[in-house]
Unconditional design. Sequence first.
Length: 197
Amino acid sequence: MSDDHKQKMQAMQKAHRDKVAEAQDPDRGLVLIHTGNGKGKSSSAFGVIVRALGWKKTVGVVQFIKGSWITGERQFFQRLGGIDWHTMGEGFTWDTQDRDRDIAAATAAFAKACEMMESGNYDLIVLDEINIALRYQYLTPEQVLEGLQRRAGRTSVILTGRDAPQLLCDYADLVTEMTEVKHPYQAGIKAQRGVDF
């Protein structure tokens, strides 16, 4: 039985190595989208930030929605330093209740994002919750696509939030959809500091 297992693993190893050998470096930054109705979209992007920092990459973050909401990740990265962090939204859309203000905030955040993407100063930029700004039509998929297309060649960008538009999903190199299977909020459990925010 162990010889059979060894042969299967050797065949799997060869197939994997052959596939890696065929893959090519695109010589440009990638576009990643984390979307879906499940939790973990922003958390996953922040995990990629940690990975990038581990490789001494330059990182920027533009937050479109969270506003003054204090989150663990924001506090951690502020203490750590070395990240160009901009929280530009005014909070959840139901907090402002003012569409014009929400559009102005999203427009300002996207202008900052475009400035950063075009600068050539960043290896990775996270546009946190930009898909929410798109869902509420504070920005258009076309203007975001244009901004992504104008980014510096070295710059990878992660877009997070539910309901990513198809136009951007088609353009992206990677699209991950988080699926909610079970959520404590549905059982009446409020968001937990250090786990949910």
